[in-house]
Design a protein around this ligand. Structure first.
Ligand code: ASN
Ligand code: ZN
Length: 317
């Protein structure tokens, strides 16, 4: 069935929904091979939803196909629409059938808290996406399509290269998640690569301030190289996975800006699915992307462009 639901800004949106035998409706989209389901934690603690859903969890529901305002303010509508948009990108552009490639379920939980406050983050818990609700400073995290793409890509990585979330392999995991998060946002929303916001991650989440100040990371900072690598201990950000990711994502984004974006997406995806392995480091990633480029029949000049991008970030064989 289809219904309407306000998004986080109160704008009406069309949503694919499911109808239960008792005549009520849920945010369950069965129009794709993979079921897209969205739960509203309604401010419950994140630990109730981490990895396994509580026994009483139900997808966001409504008595009528026109969902109430709370479906929007919690971020549920945006999570539902963004999960479908990310699915469509992977299917239409890369021929992938969902997170696991086999039409497995795509599940989001919105509006979780931590110690009584909005979580102020989003993450992939190994099975599904979990998003903070809104706070005084920020909109619900599911509003940002690049963030939704980032978190869902962690699921794709889990089912492909299996990059281990520690040190350089973990920074590569974050880099690939940021690359596709931004690639999905700009492609599905028609944002040109030359738009300064294209390279920013999470730039739309702040209630005030500039996109640059709001963004968690930027992928177009040419100055970030292996010379900036932060050797964090394992207990700090899993060995600096978010502190060092832009060294690698910067190289990948350079490739997307200088090569054709579609070719770059196919290249990074080929490296992820066929060449990268769980403990790979930045140099392994360079070699994986170049190997993927040869397999895709890139010209010598195109392969040089790829090598130059890694060189510019100090990732050299
Ligand atoms: N947003 C972050 C991520 O998915 C959450 C985290 O893991 N610290 O990388
Ligand atoms: Zn991440």
């Amino acid at each position: 069935a289809t219904g309407t639901a306000p998004d986080a800004f109160g704008r009406p949106a069309q949503v694919n929904i499911g109808r239960l035998p008792d005549g009520t409706y849920q945010l369950v989209d069965l129009t794709r091979p993979a079921a897209v389901t969205t739960y509203d934690a309604a401010g419950r603690d994140v630990m109730d939803f981490d990895r396994s859903l509580p026994a009483d969890a139900r997808p966001a529901a409504s008595a009528s196909p026109d969902f109430p305002a709370s479906t929007g303010t919690s971020g549920a509508t945006d999570a539902h629409l963004n999960a479908a948009a990310v699915y469509d990108f992977y299917r239409d552009r890369l021929g992938r059938d969902g997170i696991d490639g086999k039409a497995g379920p795509i599940t989001s939980v919105v509006n979780v808290t931590s110690f009584g406050e909005p979580l102020e983050n989003a993450y992939w818990d190994g099975e599904k996406m979990i998003y903070s609700g809104g706070s005084g400073k920020r909109h619900p995290f599911s509003v940002a399509r690049d963030v939704a793409g980032h978190e869902m890509t962690h699921g794709v990585v889990k089912h492909t290269a299996g990059l281990v979330n520690l040190g350089q392999s973990g920074a590569l995991d974050e880099a690939v998640a940021d690359y596709f998060g931004n690639a999905i946002e700009v492609t599905s929303r028609g944002i040109p690569m030359t738009d300064p916001r294209a390279a920013l991650l999470g730039e739309d989440l702040c209630r005030t301030g500039t996109p640059e100040a709001c963004a968690d990371r930027r992928l177009d900072d040419r100055r970030t190289t292996v010379a900036d690598y932060v050797g964090a201990p394992a207990g700090v950000d899993s060995g600096g996975v978010h502190l060092n990711s832009t060294i690698a994502s910067g190289a990948l984004w350079d490739i997307r800006r200088t090569l054709d974006p579609l070719l770059a997406d196919r290249l990074v995806y080929r490296a992820l699915t066929e060449y990268l392995t769980p403990l790979d480091d930045f140099v392994d990633a360079r070699n994986a992307v170049l190997a993927a480029g040869r397999a895709l029949g890139l010209s010598r000049a195109q392969l040089r462009t790829v090598a130059n991008a890694f060189d510019a970030h100090g990732i050299k064989d």
